[in-house]
Design a binder for this molecule. Sequence first.
Ligand SMILES: Cc1ncc(COP(=O)(O)O)c(C=O)c1O
Length: 386
Amino acid sequence: MNLSRLALSLGQSATLKLNELANNLKAEGKPVIHLGGGEPEEKIPGGAFSESKKMLDAGFVRYTPVSGTAPLKKEIAAYTEEHYGVKPGPKNIVVASGAKQAIYNFLVSVVDPGDQVVFPAPYWVSYPEMVRLAYGMPVIVRPPEGELLVSAADIASHLTSSTKAILLNSPNNPSGQVYSKDFIRELVEICESRNIYLLMDDIYNRLVFDGLKAPSAFNFSTRPLNESIIVSINGVSKTFSMTGYRIGWSVANEALTQAMIKVQAQVSSCPSALSQAAAAGALREGNGFVDTLRSSLEHKRDVMVAELSKLKKVKLHKPQGTFYSFPDFSAYDKDSTRLSNTLLEKGMVVTVPGVEFGLEGHLRLSYCGAEKDMVEGVSRIRKILD
Ligand SMILES: Cc1ncc(COP(=O)(O)O)c(C=O)c1O
């Protein structure tokens, strides 16, 4: 079979592969506990349900404009103004089939073959492969031993004349850590002075605990949106528990947005009309759903931290947001893939090896599932390791 060098070089998504594995094991009746998941267990917001139902009842589900419907863009503009301190116009927004496609639209629009895209570890599993899909070169900035955050100076020291963009996900999948105001301010200054893009992957941005807020990069910019190097990526997958609807979006300057629209037009024409109606319904419903989800996740975070602290040799930075914890298990096994396999074989517990996120020795354990599963899952891990 003839396959392209690009296709042959791409890795599989570790997290999606593990999801499939967990589902298959469950279907076989195995007592599997899935701590590798990436979606909240909550039902979708009522507004999402009623808007999709309305469209189905009418019986018309058609193509929409490439960059999204006017009603959804209106909701996105209001949401962005409320939470990120900048009000985009319709020409600054591209609604995509998930935040993932929005990131892909961006990369294909700004990266020439061989250009560098810089991001810190631990990183979301898809970043390196998505940069490669755009024929770019991922450049990874690693934190000091025992830490999960890099400094702006660390990032600056990895920039070259070939750097096109920096990607930042805060709060971070997998670490749950939130980058500080000072860090974001410095990063915006660096990117503005060098004229390189700063992609803020804000997909977990409202799932932050202990009364904290993840800073918005726009707050530190000296430029109006249409001259800005900041691109904000967001969506309804995590914050509104709507992963299966596949709706995300980008907010960026008009020229870049035009380029991203061209990419999307040739790749997928437009996101699903039904899903866009549902996303508008969810956003219109406002903050209530997100507040309830956040406090439920904050409680589960506390349970996860308490359970993990019972393990004798685990080191943990308490997650400040998301629904992931990223403990250091290296005192048990430095090889996270081997350790993850052992936990699956001996305890039927699914975890994601830290090496997939660029930091060996860690495992990612999610706390978005049922509380009793988390408790049972970590207890099984303890029985195996301690
Ligand atoms: C950091 C990060 N960015 C983007 C995405 C993609 O989100 P979506 O489901 O909207 O494509 C995910 C999903 O896991 C994620 O963790």
